[in-house]
Design a protein around this ligand. Structure first.
Ligand code: ATP
Length: 311
């Protein structure tokens, strides 16, 4: 784990780095370090329910990786195994080469995690919330105030730091939770549906801050989402997860091009088919099971919990 949040994070003004700009960072500098996340044949069951069922995944250091899938695909369960919150009963998980089972604290020190559930305390100020995380993550007393201020500034909350979190908007709460995760200067930031329930402007703002920090630090980002549009716009690579395993993996452009090719080969192309979207790719690789399983991609957006998370 790095000792400090780099000054560049503090200085990265929100909006200066867009998702597109961050995606244009050089990709051909081969990472000398191990992959940020490795899962091999990972399996986890709740009773008879195979939540994760033979998951193979590599998240390269420095990339923004999107784990996509409908409700119940197993995304959160996989994330909880990676973050040491669940044991790894079958298969293996590595985080920058560390084994969560044997090096639990080492793995936790590498991670910043923003779960789906509310992790900020509404009765505390923004600054107090981030300070709490700084203490939990052993940021030294000497450094703490500066690191808390840096993390709040990095997500655009410096001016609101003295206000109670219960006065924040949903988007501000999400950014506060981001600051909490960033205060320990993680090498890997894991975000479980970071923009669910937010309006389009708040979504964009959250992503601008994620990308600004990532561009400044080289941090790896693993994000789960139902939103194909966000994945398309902000993720370097995506994995399409369904029923506990990965059905397709690549850059959004690669996945779309592969579907275009499959359509061409099967004679579907040229019959007025629109350019494929990522959702088309998912429907193609997951097959009819996607419609049979409860929860698609669109209907879930309006039903989830951010509105009530902060009330
Ligand atoms: N604590 C639990 N006890 C029993 N079953 C669970 C538990 N947590 C998850 N499951 C089941 O495991 C499967 C995978 O759930 P998981 O939450 O990992 O999916 P997900 O892709 O993250 O879904 P969502 O997008 O809704 O968060 C589902 O069938 C779910 O009902």
């Amino acid at each position: 784990m790095t000792d400090d949040i780099p000054d560049a994070v503090r200085d990265a003004a929100p909006g200066d780095v867009t998702g597109t700009a961050a995606r244009d960072l050089p990709r051909d500098t081969a990472p000398a370090e191990p992959d940020a996340v490795t899962c091999r044949a990972l399996a986890y069951a709740f009773g008879d329910t195979k939540a994760v069922d033979g998951l193979d995944l590599s998240v390269h250091a420095g990339e923004v990786f999107g784990l996509l899938g409908p409700n119940g695909a197993g995304k959160t369960t996989a994330i909880r195994c990676i973050t040491t919150l669940l044991p790894v009963p079958a298969g293996m998980v590595g985080v920058f080469g560390c084994d969560p089972a044997r090096e639990r604290m080492a793995v936790r020190r590498l991670l910043g995690y923003v779960p789906q559930q509310l992790s900020a305390d509404a009765a505390l100020t923004g600054r107090e919330n981030v300070s709490l995380f700084a203490r939990v993550f052993d940021v030294s007393r000497r450094e703490r105030a500066a690191r808390v201020a840096q993390a709040l500034a990095a997500v655009g909350l410096a001016d609101a730091a003295g206000r109670l979190a219960k006065t924040y908007s949903g988007g501000m709460i999400r950014r506060l939770e981001l600051a909490q995760a960033l205060v320990s200067a993680p090498r890997l930031l894991i975000l479980d549906e970071p923009t669910i329930g937010l309006d389009p402007i708040a979504r964009t703002t959250v992503w601008q801050h994620i990308n600004a920090v990532r561009a400044a630090t080289g941090m790896t980002v693993l994000v789960t989402t139902h939103s194909m549009d966000e994945a398309d716009q902000y993720c370097d690579r995506v994995a399409l997860m369904h029923r506990g395993r990965i059905h397709a993996l690549g850059t959004p452009d690669e996945l779309r091009a592969e579907l275009r090719e499959r359509r061409r080969a099967s004679g579907e192309a040229g019959r007025g088919e629109a350019e494929p979207t990522l959702e088309d790719v998912f429907r193609d690789v997951a097959g009819r099971g996607l419609d049979e399983q409860s929860g698609g991609f669109r209907d879930v957006r309006s039903t989830r919990r951010t509105a009530s998370r902060v009330g």
